[in-house]
Design a binder for this molecule. Structure first.
Ligand code: MG
Ligand code: MG
Length: 276
């Protein structure tokens, strides 16, 4: 029997909706809790509570050696920031990465928030880094809606960054397929490659997750073996959504409106995934 490759059935696509929705609800709760004086561990507890209240499981806790619901990446931390007693300060750039699993399927998404206050110039620079990164994510999602091959997503992300900034794209961390595991094939690049990638057609579910650096893209790993930082101490930022391609169009699984508001200015109208 021939494999279906990365393409999910209609039933599987329908099952992808709930883990995505719960991931979105957890991040919505975290976003409204981000303020000066809160610890990153408090944010983790909020996300875990929302996920478990909905009968789902924080899928980061299923990763060997990791016991938290979130990764919380503050300022120069690029990825895999472990929640703990770090107290958020005015002007901090906080990327929160979260996922949930229910019914055997996974959701995965990340948002960034700048804590109000702090040095006005530094805060404005961080808001701009977040805005450009978020814009690159949505440019990639919009490209997926009209793409023939998955590689067009990375080209759109790269073009958005280059057209709007002199920021650098992190090439060490890329997006992925998502389904019965959080990380599946195919890889989803955030830049042009010679890999055209699989055909974009109904059943494809991917997590698109550009990581953008204000300074150099070189990184180092802390002694804890997890926390990845910019080698030059400059800020890094990430936004992520899980997105499904189905027979009616695309649907952003980890956006409560399917991506409608953010995609409207880009001329794309997301279409809900049928019940079955
Ligand atoms: Mg991911
Ligand atoms: Mg993620």
């Amino acid at each position: 029997m021939r494999g279906r490759g990365p393409y999910k059935s209609r039933r599987e696509l329908a099952a992808m909706r709930e883990p995505g929705r719960i991931t979105a609800l957890a991040l919505q709760a975290v976003e409204s809790a981000v303020r000066a004086g809160v610890t990153t561990l408090e944010l983790d507890r909020i996300a875990e509570r929302v996920i478990r209240e909905h009968g789902a499981v924080p899928n980061f806790q299923l990763e060997p050696g990791y016991e938290h619901t979130l990764c919380v990446n503050v300022n120069d931390v690029v990825v895999h920031g472990i929640p703990g007693d770090r107290v958020l300060e005015p002007g901090d750039l906080v990327t929160v990465d979260c996922g949930a699993t229910i019914g055997g399927f996974h959701g995965d998404a990340a948002i960034s928030v700048v804590v109000p206050g702090g040095d006005p110039e530094r805060t404005a620079a961080r808001e701009r880094l977040s805005d450009v990164t978020r814009g690159a994510l949505w440019a990639g999602i919009a490209a997926l809606a009209g793409a023939r091959q998955l590689g067009e997503v990375g080209a759109a992300v790269e073009d958005h960054i280059d057209a709007n900034s002199d920021f650098r794209i992190d090439e060490d961390y890329i997006g992925h397929g998502i389904g019965t595991r959080m990380h599946e094939n195919p890889p989803v690049f955030n830049y042009r490659t010679r890999v055209v990638g699989p055909a974009v057609k109904p059943g494809l579910c991917v997590a698109i997750e550009p990581i953008i650096h204000a300074g150099g893209a070189e990184t180092t790993v802390d002694g804890d073996g997890w926390t990845v930082r910019s080698a030059d101490g400059s800020d890094a930022c990430q936004w992520e959504h899980s997105v499904a391609v189905h027979s009616g169009g695309i649907w952003v699984l980890t956006a409560l409106d399917g991506g409608a508001a953010a995609l409207a200015p880009l001329g794309v109208v997301p279409v809900p995934i049928p019940e079955r």
